[in-house]
Design a protein around this ligand. Structure first.
Ligand code: SAM
Length: 248
């Protein structure tokens, strides 16, 4: 555990689909530049935050609701010597308490579906950005409204509670005051990843059961299987959105 570098952590600290290349795609959409101040909404263990700092020289402040993740992020960041450039603070992205117009970029990956009030999170991003600042995020989306049974599966499977369609996201982003720069549909990309991941989970579970060890909650696997089906049927999907706060 001595002399670790951020690169040593990359296989373990990215909690989103597509790993480092997803970070690169988001950085490209947000045009992250050296020494810019970046806020990472729902930063998790701070993996992407450390990556953006290391790769692009940004100063990154992550915000996460879960105190255990915030503690973990601090430990990992200190282990790789980035504590001067990266911090993850405990907070709710709908009201961070951070100063207005103090960031150049706000990013977020696969997390807004867990935040009940999506508009409030986007409005908070708008408030934190200086004029000309950029927002870029990925999230799960729906291609048609979910039935109540499907919505229940999403809630039990991945704690999704505020799924937007691509159009409702466009409306929300613009209503808050941003100008949209790009919208990418990631549904096919994520469908493949999700299927592979589910196959891996099932294989590990079978091995665990064969050894007579506790192998997790059946309900989780049933819900996950449904998610894969919904993604393959293009009911669920993924989206990447970027936008700019206009210069007054
Ligand atoms: C799927 S993880 C993504 C982590 C990180 N973005 C990454 O790519 O590694 C979602 C994260 O959102 C956080 N979260 C959920 N609701 C939040 C809120 N209202 N404010 C801040 N963080 C929140 C959770 O604690 C969790 O760490």
């Amino acid at each position: 555990m001595e002399n670790l570098t951020p690169e040593d952590l990359y296989p373990h600290d990215q909690d989103h689909y597509g790993g480092l290349s997803a970070n690169d795609a988001l950085a490209e959409r947000a045009s992250i530049r050296r020494d810019e101040h970046v806020a990472d909404f729902c930063a998790g263990l701070g993996g992407p935050a450390r990556y953006w700092s290391r790769r692009f020289g940004a100063e990154v402040t992550g915000i996460d609701l879960n105190p255990a993740r915030v503690r973990g992020a601090a430990e990992l960041t200190a282990l790789v010597g980035l504590e001067g450039r990266v911090r993850v603070i405990e907070g709710d992205v709908t009201r961070t308490g951070l100063p207005s117009e103090s960031f150049d970029v706000v990013v977020s990956q696969e997390a807004f579906l867990h935040v009940p009030d999506t508009a409030a999170a986007l409005a908070e991003a708008f408030r934190l950005l200086r004029p000309g600042g950029r927002l870029a995020f990925t999230d799960w989306i729906v291609h048609r409204p979910l039935s109540s049974e499907e919505a229940d599966i999403m809630w039990r499977g991945i704690a999704a509670q505020s799924l937007q369609s691509s159009d409702s996201y466009r409306n929300l982003i613009q209503t808050v005051g941003f100008v949209i720069l790009s919208v990418d549909d990631l549904t096919d990309e994520w469908g493949v990843i999700l299927e592979e991941r589910f196959a891996m989970y099932r294989k590990l579970r079978e091995e665990t059961l064969r050894q007579g060890l506790p192998a997790g909650d059946e309900e989780f696997y049933a819900a996950y299987g449904k998610l894969v089906e919904l993604m393959k049927a293009r009911v669920l999907g993924g989206g990447r959105f970027s936008a700019e706060k206009p210069i007054r």
